[in-house]
Design a binder for this molecule. Structure first.
Ligand code: NAD
Length: 493
């Protein structure tokens, strides 16, 4: 048994069978095959559906079909693209309940969080419906007056979009919507653990007027065979990947062969700094959100929580109290605040990180321990006095463990926060504007949450520096990822 008390299975919130039925009604309408890759409910282990196990031939057929559809789409007007995206957004919003039920069924997060993901995921479609009519470009005179330079933005071409399992809708829409807005076709490979939401969202896209083959989904149990065949196909011009840094590096190697435009949203190891002058309630709320959103399975999850000595005892006590109140169980259960993790491996990882931390001297404030029975559950866990030598101080935790370290002054806090090869998100809690901006400037991350734990927004340029990636998603910058800049130089007399 791991550190902490065993949590009996009876403590888990059970599913409301009516919600499960509602989810299965959506699954049965997807037109999926009777066999193939099994998609399991992580709360029960039950097989929910099968999806096709596409091989290289099917993947290349999808490339051919999307490439053909993309040639026509590249010539459509910005207004046409905007109208189609708007219709898709309206349909997605109208089907919020269906989408949220699919997300909970295949990924496990509580239904309320799944609804929040639908809001977040559909925001990208609305944003790019609005942005599609602003493709950019400029006109300028050459300094010597001898010519005029007309700068245009053209669709980059066929894009391969590879998504992870943690946000099955949002990770797909924040790639597909800007691709469509820019005039590109896409081949989408969702994670095999959570393909159903993406399949449904793309079905709704076609019903809303997105041309039949413009967005093609490939599901496969052999992700490496897929990328080795597809990323070197000359019809493909772009790869956008969200997932782990190790896989991202491999995809960049493949992308190098044909010099593909590449966007990489990779792993994180976010530092969160709470200063003595923070509003403690705000800091606890923000840390709770930054850690526990999506059960901690988020690339921007607060991973290393640094608290200044003067407030550390009070902060940890308040955070542990919040964690203790979270009800763990089936995402379709009444009041569930934390669902299952995605698989057994993730639970084993949480156990190992907790055991290692406690063995090296951390204090277990709440959580730890085992859940008996089916499903991949791990309790909300708070560790205090995490030593720098603990694995949790350097690994991307990707689960519901808040690991607190203490620091004495700003310089020390910042140095430890930046002591990582990752650079996706950072957080700072302080009531001093001066300190907030100074610390934000010095954090080596692509985004910073200041006095708040959920900084993502469809209108913001999300992405990392260092080994957390390259390129941005969301906002006007996210559209540019799917555009090539070209210029015409016009001679003047
Ligand atoms: P993962 O890298 O294992 O898988 C992500 C996707 O890549 C899946 O669809 C998987 O099937 C596919 N894949 C794996 N190997 C491949 C290969 N050789 N060729 C082509 N595709 C391949 O990551 P995961 O476990 O699904 O997701 C968790 C990771 O994703 C974490 O590190 C997290 O930080 C990161 N993430 C980053 C962001 C971001 O925006 N930066 C967002 C969400 C998740």
């Amino acid at each position: 048994m791991t550190a902490g008390a065993s949590v009996a299975r009876s403590a888990l919130v059970p599913a409301d069978p009516r919600e499960v039925e509602a989810a299965d009604a959506v699954v049965s309408g997807l037109g999926l095959p009777a066999d193939g890759i099994a998609v399991a409910d992580p709360a029960t282990g039950e097989t929910v559906a099968h999806i096709p196990d596409d091989g290289v031939d099917e993947a290349l057929a999808a490339v051919a079909a999307a490439d053909a559809a993309g040639r026509d789409w590249a010539t459509t007007t910005p207004r046409k693209r905007a109208d189609v995206l708007r219709a898709w957004w309206e349909s997605l919003v109208a089907h919020t309940e269906e989408l949220a039920h699919l997300i909970t069924r295949e990924m496990g997060k509580p239904l309320a969080e799944a609804r929040a993901e639908v809001k977040y995921g559909t925001d990208f479609v609305r944003f790019y419906a609005e942005e599609a009519v602003r493709p950019g470009g400029s006109f300028r005179d050459a300094p010597d007056g001898g010519s005029s330079i007309l700068v245009r933005r053209a669709p980059v071409g066929l894009a391969v979009l590879i998504t992870p399992w943690n946000f099955p809708l949002a990770m797909a829409t924040r790639k597909i919507a800007p691709a469509i807005a820019a005039g590109c076709a896409a081949v989408v490979k969702p994670a095999t653990a959570t393909p159903l939401t993406t399949i449904y969202a793309v079905q709704l896209a076609v019903e809303a007027g997105v041309p039949q083959d413009l967005v093609r989904i490939v599901t496969t149990s052999s992700a490496s065979a897929f990328s080795e065949a597809v990323l070197v196909d000359p019809r493909v011009r772009k790869v956008s990947f969200t997932g782990s840094t190790g896989v991202g590096k491999r995809l960049l190697e493949l992308a190098a062969q044909n010099v593909l435009r590449s966007s990489m949203e990779l792993g994180g190891n976010a530092p969160l700094l709470v200063f003595d002058d923070a509003d403690l309630e705000r800091a606890v709320d923000g840390t709770f959100a930054a850690k526990m959103r999506n059960g901690g399975q988020s690339c921007i999850a607060a991973n290393r929580i640094f608290v200044q000595d003067g407030v550390a005892d009070d902060f940890v006590a308040a955070l542990a109290e919040r964690f203790e109140k979270v009800k763990v169980g089936n995402g379709f259960g009444d009041g569930t605040g934390l669902g299952p993790l995605i698989d057994d491996r993730a639970v084993a990882q949480m156990r190992a990180l907790t055991d290692d931390a406690v063995a090296k001297g951390a204090t277990l404030r709440t959580g730890g321990g085992d859940h008996d029975g089916d499903g991949h559950f791990f309790p909300p866990t708070v560790l205090d006095h995490l030593p720098a030598s603990a694995d949790a101080a350097t690994t991307e935790i990707f689960g519901p463990i808040a690991a607190v370290q203490r620091f004495s002054d700003e310089a020390e806090g910042l140095a430890r926060a930046n002591d990582t090869e990752f650079g996706l998100a950072g957080y700072v809690f302080t009531e001093s504007l001066d300190r907030a901006l100074n610390v934000a400037d010095r954090l080596q991350t692509g985004l910073v949450g200041i006095n708040q734990g959920v900084p993502s927004n469809a209108a913001a340029p999300f992405g990392g520096i260092k080994q957390s990636g390259m390129g941005r998603e969301g906002s006007a910058e996210g559209l540019e990822e799917y555009q090539s800049v070209r210029f015409y130089n016009v001679a003047r007399r």
